[in-house]
Design a protein around this ligand. Structure first.
Ligand code: NAD
Length: 361
């Protein structure tokens, strides 16, 4: 196999993308090109520990801009593409689906076209090793009932939110570009991630920060929706395993074997905060902050992933259990208010001035 020299990561300033880049710079010797438009969800501070490394380069580019993508591919000549850039928040997709269609579907189409043209410039071992790795979600498979078998790689698609429909559409495009144009694609569908550097609109960081500050903890419906949780650094290792050793044309489900109801998750966070953070001013346990709010429309009941294929075929399995991962995550938010506080007060957008320009390292 050819040496993998350069990995182009889209969405590398986001939650999972930044974990992938930290893993690639810290634990491999590849060069990394981070292609990110820097939407509200991006935070270059998540990359501060690696962004001075000479193997790291940043390109502030919208994946919907074919001309800019062509320039980036010409400049950096990647051996692998790991495509994570997306609009990713289900609630936002319900309020405003347009950006989800533009980035997740049209943007993926434009990236596929540029990757196809790039493949034509490669030959020999480099052409054989090239991969377009599309990172997707278990939400494309729809919703399970209690007792239903977990999602396997062949589970029928049944997306039910604008977010999951846009991700399902992008999965189909990627597979079609593999079948029709011979682009060496690999797909992965993963369960819910949690961990450090998670934007505080998502359940776990939102509950940690609100719980720390003694604010009400709003839980949708009865809190009985079930998700399968995976620590983000475990996901980052899985993604690199798939991108570097996965078989072209194959897909891999990635999950943590950690099914929990939303209420269980929030209760664990409350208990960990009671243990690790200063007590509430009224002396009550933080579970007293939990309140139940009207459910989200079309809220999928349960997702669960069968991750046996990636374990069997590529040798990956998670290192963290939910119990170890959530404890470290709560600790991280307690120790890193300087990462999340500017997001809450809106000043993180100003932080980007001067760091959002194009740089090549
Ligand atoms: P995120 O919202 O934290 O980050 C997305 C990143 O993509 C941001 O940095 C944003 O600036 C960038 N981006 C958005 N639109 C862009 C565009 N048009 N051009 C270039 N960059 C753009 O998302 P995340 O949670 O890190 O998820 C990353 C990927 O993993 C997504 O494709 C998502 O569907 C998938 N996924 C996420 C989860 C999860 O639990 N978070 C689970 C399974 C799969």
């Amino acid at each position: 196999m050819a040496d993998i020299r350069t990995v182009l990561v889209t969405g590398g300033a986001g939650f999972i993308g930044s974990a992938v880049i930290r893993h690639l710079i810290n634990d491999t010797d590849v060069r990394v090109v981070n292609v990110d438009k820097l939407t509200y969800a991006a935070n270059l501070k998540s990359l501060l520990s690696v962004s001075d490394d000479p193997r790291y380069a940043f390109e502030q580019v919208d994946i919907g801009d074919s001309g800019e993508l062509e320039r980036v591919f010409r400049t950096h000549d990647p051996d692998i593409v790991m495509h994570l850039a997306a609009e990713s928040h289900v609630d936002r997709s319900i309020d405003g689906p347009e950006d989800f269609i533009q980035t997740n579907i049209v943007g993926t189409f434009r990236l596929l076209q540029v990757a196809r043209a790039h493949l034509d410039t490669l030959d020999g071992d480099r052409r054989a090793a090239f991969r377009f790795h599309h990172i997707s979600t278990d939400e494309v498979f729809g919703s399970l009932y209690p007792g239903d078998p977990e999602f396997t790689e062949t589970h029928a698609y049944d997306p039910r939110s604008p977010y999951s429909a846009s991700k399902a559409a992008s999965d189909h495009l990627v597979r079609a570009w593999g079948e029709t144009y011979g682009l060496p694609v690999v797909l992965s569908n993963c369960s819910n991630n949690y961990g450090p550097y998670h934007f505080p609109e998502k359940l776990i960081p939102l509950m940690i920060i609100k719980g720390l500050q003694g604010e009400p903890l709003p839980v949708y419906g009865k809190g009985d929706n079930v998700r399968d949780w995976l620590q983000v650094e475990d996901h980052a290792r899985a993604l690199w395993t798939i991108a570097s050793t996965g078989v072209a044309g194959e897909r891999y489900n990635v999950g943590g074997n950690n099914e929990k109801t939303n209420l269980e998750v929030v209760e664990v966070i409350c208990d960990l905060l009671d243990e690790m953070a200063p007590p509430l001013s009224d002396g009550k346990a933080r579970r007293s902050l939990i309140s139940f709010v009207t459910d989200r429309p079309g809220h999928d009941f349960r997702y669960a992933i069968d991750a046996s294929k990636i374990k069997r075929e590529l040798g990956w399995e998670p290192r963290d259990t939910f119990e170890t991962g959530i404890r470290q995550t709560v600790r991280w938010y307690l120790d890193n208010a300087d990462w999340w506080q500017p997001i809450l007060d809106g000043t993180y957008k100003l932080d980007r001035v001067g760091t959002g320009s194009k740089t090549a390292g």
